[in-house]
Design a protein around this ligand. Structure first.
Ligand code: IPM
Ligand code: MG
Length: 368
């Protein structure tokens, strides 16, 4: 059966990293015996310039048709002053909302000897392998009312953090489900000492946990969770949390792995799936062929696991990435022991390693 993949390169380094990821996608589909149809569309600042909207209607339609979407990155300083609804980020947020991509999976693990690229001590980060599951279509990102009112100098602004029981329940269930395929430990992160939303969150997490007696559930306040992540990341297996807390904690988790340029993600709903590197559009390094394409490439790996049900292909991509990292690295993770490589060279090297590899090893034991 033919699978449709929509590529949304986006802004600045977005097109550079998706170009490399696309090479891997095509080669991996070939290995997997999957017939692909790819299509490209615009999103973010570029789409605003060209079509007057950060999520043009034809892009949304193509997204609805796709079996999976690969997105690069959106945003840039020249669009910072635009009204909220025209900002590049709004394109991504609307896409998440329209496709109901409520479950955002952000795995943070150390690939091979990349441990030396982390700003944290080797003995602290070595062996880290955790998954942040972030609720992606609710909470303060989408709650209403949201506004800035009043005249200059006397303005007031407000946003609303809101979650219904059903919204909490469905993401917490994803948390238990993923934890049951990993280390069987789930840490629910909230701020229930201060926020009513978090009191409800904790309550629902406790109730749902009765359906998963084999999973050890613990609760942490978000401030403590941030501290624990840098103090002793190995204590974590699976973390589940709301939209804003997940945004922040996943950036913290990224730095354990050496660079945010290493962190892939999957945003899943009942009917759609979007894969994207967690890093942003990085205007400062765009156009120089120095961006790290590995987060985008690893996002393709996640696409094979979650959309095409081929964890074995994800394993093959991870092996290829690990192999390349032992000899070549982009500047963000370069340490001197390896050769410095550009974005396209890294993509080419991973492609070679992947296509040279024997048939992918069975996925037994590999964690989601
Ligand atoms: C992320 C990003 C986005 C978010 C931005 C670009 C809207 O930071 O995916 O983590 O805040 O969700
Ligand atoms: Mg973020």
């Amino acid at each position: 059966m033919t699978k449709r993949v929509l590529i949304l390169p986006g802004d600045f380094v977005g097109p550079e990293v998706t170009a490399q990821a696309l090479k891997i996608l095509l080669a991996a589909a070939d290995m997997a015996g999957i017939e692909l149809e790819t299509e490209e569309a615009s999103i973010g600042g570029g789409a605003y310039e060209e079509h007057g909207s950060p999520l043009p209607e034809h892009t949304l339609e193509a997204a609805r048709r796709a079996d999976a979407i690969l997105l690069g990155a959106v945003g840039g300083p020249q669009w910072d002053a635009l009204p909220m609804d025209s900002k590049p980020e709004k394109g991504l947020l609307r896409l998440r909302e329209e496709l109901d991509l409520y479950a955002n999976l952000r795995p943070a693990r150390i690939y091979g000897d990349l441990v030396d690229a982390s700003t944290l001590k080797k003995e602290i980060v070595e062996g880290t392998d955790l998954m942040v599951i972030r609720e992606l279509t609710g909470g303060i990102y989408f709650g209403k009312p949201r506004e800035i009112v009043g005249s200059e100098g006397r303005r007031t602004a407000r946003n609303t953090m809101v979650y219904s029981e059903s919204e909490i329940e469905r993401i917490v269930r994803v948390g238990f489900d993923i934890a049951s395929k990993r280390g069987k430990r789930l840490c629910s992160v909230d701020k229930s000492n201060v926020l009513e939303v978090s009191v409800l969150w904790r309550d629902v997490a406790r109730r749902v946990s009765q359906d998963f007696p084999q999973i050890a559930l613990e609760h942490l306040y978000v401030d403590n969770a941030a501290m624990q992540l840098v103090r002793d990341p190995k204590q974590f297996d699976t973390i589940v949390t709301g939209n804003l807390f997940g945004d922040i904690l996943s950036d913290v988790a990224a730095m354990l792995t050496g660079s945010i340029g290493m962190l892939p993600s999957a945003s899943l709903g009942e009917n759609h799936a979007l894969y994207e590197p967690v890093h942003g559009s990085a205007p400062d390094i765009a156009g120089k062929d120095v961006a790290n394409p590995l987060a985008a490439i690893l996002s393709i790996g996640m696409m094979f696991r979650y959309t095409f049900d081929r964890a074995d292909i994800e394993d093959a991509i991870v092996s290829a990435v690990t192999e390349v990292l032992s000899t070549h690295r982009t500047p963000d993770i370069h340490t001197g022991k390896t050769r410095l490589a550009g974005c396209s060279e890294m993509g080419e090297l991973v492609l070679n390693a992947l296509t040279r590899a024997p048939l992918p090893r069975p996925a037994v034991g590999s964690k989601p």
